[in-house]
Write a protein of this length. Structure first.
Lengths: 395, 101
């Protein structure tokens, strides 16, 4: 692995981050657009740079099952998937979170079938918000590398003890080349020391793993799991501050605001779309329009209070996601709406926008139109979906 | 044969959340729930056929089989009657008999 400033695709940056975390077990099954993460890690395993058990499993269900077994033995464990593969893991997702196994997984966001599509959108991970995993969303290749390292610190923190799913937009991020600073292994090791498991299977001290908890006991475990996940929001702040001390780069915590202070209209989004959105905000600000954008980096735990504080001064909020909860509205839109509800009559109107499905690009002019609509009409108080550049006219 | 009976610690539901295990994993031997009441058939051991290979001990899902005082023993408080031991015993030393006839 070459360190220092490199020209890398998002997946190569993720693979570098994963290798620098020194996982003891990697259990993966390839799937577009995640495959090049697996290929890069396999190369380094083959040439001896990555010393780990590299498990070529027969499916994603097996990948995460194997990851749970390895994590139960106290091994730092990494996996990666996408789309249909994530859905095939679904049973194990809940299992791993309930078992409090601090596995780190990178999910390359991709559309879900049917109709068949291999390109990027966010329906796969957003359909798994209830799985109990911490969900992070990166916006560029450097952040993807840095968050891969941070994700292990977050998952393995005994106050959290929850698996982390780091999401990177399929193709827009996974296959786009950017300049990326790849840390030295010693530097990464200083930031992320060896995994000290809070519990582990041991021949000298055997555990009953995943015992049953009936009606009397079940809620107690779910309360503890819920609190562990909630703790991740402030632990992410700590981890990022620690990261800044080691690497001189800081990404902040749950939210990344862009000209939100004093903004009348704010568009909330997640993932790599936020880069284009910031450009549009800058252009509209130059024309004197009071607009801003807010990127959600953390979807679970959901940073409701921080979101309320950030958006309390806005008049209209748009939520733009590459996703729709068919039969209702955008999933992220529902979450933002619920988070703002305690503001009562002072809450900004919220309008939901869905675009970029199945890898469709969202032109900057369409984002401008979203802002201008919010400024002109305010947010809405119904659950209508605003289809952004759907590529077809509705007669 | 080495002694292998695990010590069963009956599960006592704590009053306080902080007294629960932080995750659903505990030191082995903690019995959260036994399933003896499910049993429709009971394993019967013929000690004269048992060679002490301990396949049954390894495969029993409820740790109902153990070696005590040098001999295989079946703890019917733990056995749910699944019959895995009888199926897997290469000496046919375990037979399943109906609980009620």
């Amino acid at each position: 692995m070459k360190t220092g400033l490199q020209f890398l695709a998002g997946n190569e940056a993720v693979a570098a981050g994963a290798a620098l975390a020194r996982p003891q077990v990697v259990a993966v099954y390839p799937i577009t657009p995640q495959t090049t993460i697996v290929e890069r890690l396999a190369d380094w395993h083959a040439n001896g740079e990555l010393q780990c058990e590299f498990l070529h499993v027969e499916s994603e269900h097996s990948a995460l099952s194997a990851a749970m077994g390895a994590s139960a033995l106290g091994a730092r464990t990494f996996t990666a998937t996408s789309s249909q593969g994530l859905l095939y893991m679904c049973e194990c997702l809940h299992y791993a979170a309930g078992g409090r196994f601090p596995i780190v997984m990178v999910n390359a966001n991709r559309a879900l079938a049917l109709p068949w599509n291999i390109y990027g959108d966010q329906r796969d991970s957003l359909s798994q918000l209830e799985s109990g995993w911490i969900q992070l969303y990166a916006s560029n290749a450097q952040e993807a590398l840095d968050l891969t390292l941070q994700a292990f610190r977050l998952a393995e923190d005994p106050r959290v003890a929850t698996p982390v799913m780091l999401n990177v937009d399929g193709f827009a991020l996974t296959h786009t080349y950017e300049p990326v600073q790849v840390p030295e292994p010693a530097q990464a090791g200083a930031f992320l020391p060896a995994f000290k498991p809070a519990f582990r299977m041991d021949l000298d001290a055997p555990l009953s793993l995943g015992f049953s908890a009936g009606p009397r006991d079940n809620t107690a475990f779910k309360i503890a799991q819920h609190r562990g996940c909630l703790a991740a929001e402030s632990v992410l702040d700590e981890v990022d501050a620690e990261f800044a001390r080691h690497f001189g780069r800081s990404w902040g915590g749950a939210l990344e605001p862009w000209h939100v202070d004093g903004a009348e209209a704010v568009v909330v989004t997640l993932g790599s779309l936020s880069g284009e959105l910031r450009g549009v905000v800058d252009a509209l600000r130059a024309e004197g329009l009071k607009v801003g954008s807010l990127r959600l980096r953390l979807l679970r735990p959901f940073p409701a209070e921080a979101l309320r504080r950030a958006l309390a001064g806005a008049r209209a909020v748009g939520v733009l996601e590459k996703n729709v909860s068919v039969g209702f509205e955008g999933t992220v839109c529902s979450q933002v709406r619920a988070a703002l509800h305690p503001l009562g009559a002072a809450a900004p109107g919220v309008a939901g926008f869905t675009g970029g499905l199945g890898g469709r690009d969202i032109p900057a002019a369409e984002l401008e139109a979203v802002f201008l609509g919010l400024l002109a009409h305010g947010g809405t108080h119904d659950n209508a979906v605003g289809w952004v550049d759907p590529g077809v006219r509705d007669a | 044969m080495p002694e292998s009976r695990i010590v069963i610690v009956p599960w006592q539901a704590p009053e306080l959340l902080e007294d629960y295990p932080a995750w659903p994993h505990t030191p082995s031997g903690r019995l959260v729930e036994g399933h003896a009441a499910w049993r429709l058939q009971r394993p019967q051991l013929d000690p004269s056929l048992c060679t002490g290979c301990l396949q049954c001990y390894l495969l029993c899902p409820d740790a109902a089989l153990a070696v005590v005082a040098g001999a295989l023993e079946i703890d019917l408080r733990l056995c749910k009657g699944c019959g895995v031991c009888a199926k897997e015993c290469r000496q046919s030393a375990i037979q399943m008999a109906p609980e009620r006839s």
